[in-house]
Write a protein that binds this ligand. Structure first.
Ligand code: AMP
Length: 285
């Protein structure tokens, strides 16, 4: 496995790797890697000839009051995880030079940014699309792997790729990897004490309780939303930012009776604060 910090040396290496019939897979990350990220790399390894992992804490996607400065950074530990999961190339660009490149342009996020996390993180998805498009232009992958843990991000990137890049790379969704008990793995979980981490499993239990009700086929969207909120607020552990039941493609909040076999699917999604740490999670029906 090779590590690159500069675009020019990365591209020279990719030129050698990119031969007819050989595919390049790309896994974008912000580092502080865990087994969720490793799963993305393993999936890429299984279907691509060359696997590129980027490690870049993207300042464009953080709001002024968010955790950019304290976001965990440890390139050596991350490189070990990448190697073990089967990456060939780690690209960890120097932020200053990378952000100054002329090819970094604004790519407005598609309209589905306005739902779920959107209103609470103004500018966030525009920051994500700008940097992901920048990586796509530099790496020119055939496939790119995104976790369903960040379901809205996956859909935003899928739409952006269709609209701006004619559907290349193909965006491959990877199911959420969870800790024992169900808490979705996240780099931000390390802000939580072990006790809090254990208590946070209630988040996943709330989502799956609502999924069971929807699967029973006898519930309206309003009832499902109320139930989700009640489950999340029980015991006063979480401060709920939003709790939503939405169309899994458009991300529009649903209304009326829910059909568990609905075309396009249903996503049950929420964001909560636990001791000042923001957690998001979702399940699909
Ligand atoms: P991040 O480093 O948080 O920007 O995440 C990089 C990629 O890893 C994104 O596509 C995430 O959705 C994905 N990811 C993060 N946590 C998980 C998880 N627990 N399971 C699956 N994918 C994940």
């Amino acid at each position: 496995m090779k590590i690159f910090r500069q675009v020019s040396t990365l591209q020279a290496e990719l030129k050698r790797a990119r031969r007819p019939g050989r595919t390049v897979g790309f896994v974008p990350t912000m580092g502080a890697l865990h087994d969720g990220h490793a799963e993305l790399i393993r999936r890429a390894r299984a279907s691509c000839d060359t696997v590129v992992v980027s490690i870049f804490v993207n300042p464009l996607q953080f709001g002024p009051k968010e955790d950019l400065a304290k976001y965990p950074r440890d390139l050596a530990a991350d490189a070990r995880i990448c190697r073990r999961a089967g990456a060939n190339i780690v690209f960890a660009p120097e932020p200053k030079a990378f952000l100054k490149m002329k090819s970094l342009v604004r790519v407005p996020a598609p309209p589905l940014k306005k739902y779920l996390c959107g209103p609470f993180r103004p500018g966030h998805f525009d920051g994500v699309t700008a940097i992901v498009a920048h990586f796509f232009r530099i790496i020119r992958p055939d496939l790119a792997f995104f976790g369903l843990k960040d379901y809205q991000q996956f859909r935003v990137i899928e739409e952006m790729t269709r609209l701006k890049f004619g559907g290349v790379p193909r965006i491959v969704p990877v199911p959420t990897v969870r800790e024992r008990g169900g808490l979705a793995m996240s780099s931000r979980n390390r802000y939580l004490s072990p006790r809090r981490r254990k208590a946070a499993t209630r988040f996943y239990r709330a989502l799956t309780a609502v999924r069971r009700r929807i699967r029973s086929g006898r519930v309206t969207a309003a009832t499902a939303r109320t139930l989700l909120l009640k489950e999340l607020e029980r015991g006063g552990l979480f401060k709920v930012q939003y709790a939503e039941v939405s169309d899994a493609r458009s991300l529009k909040p649903l209304s009326g009776r829910l059909d568990p076999r609905r075309d396009g699917g249903i996503v049950i999604a929420a964001a909560v604060h636990l001791d000042g740490t923001r957690l998001i999670d979702n399940v699909l029906v």
